[in-house]
Design a protein. Structure first.
Length: 85
């Protein structure tokens, strides 16, 4: 199961480019590569603006299949723990 990214309002999918600029230090970065943390000044952003529709949404709402991915990761951890026991 793969986590997918899309704007919660218009479904635009990020392309991996550094579209976002920190309003604290002017660093350009890909907010999804850094989980909405500026790589220079470490400012944490709660909301992410869509490049396509220009609307803001909470950063976590951009992630799709996150519940399924997390369950898959937890199952892998359980399997490793049980095999080490």
């Amino acid at each position: 199961m793969e986590v997918q990214l899309a704007c919660p309002k218009c479904e635009w999918q990020p392309d991996g480019h550094a579209h976002w600029v920190c309003d604290n230090c002017d660093t350009r970065f890909d907010t999804f590569e850094t989980t909405a943390i500026c790589p220079s000044c470490k400012k944490q952003f709660k909301d992410t603006q869509c490049i396509e529709c220009r609307e803001f949404s909470p950063h976590l709402e951009w992630y799709r299949n996150l519940d399924a991915w997390l369950m898959e990761q937890l199952e892998r951890i359980r399997e490793r723990v049980l095999s080490d026991a």
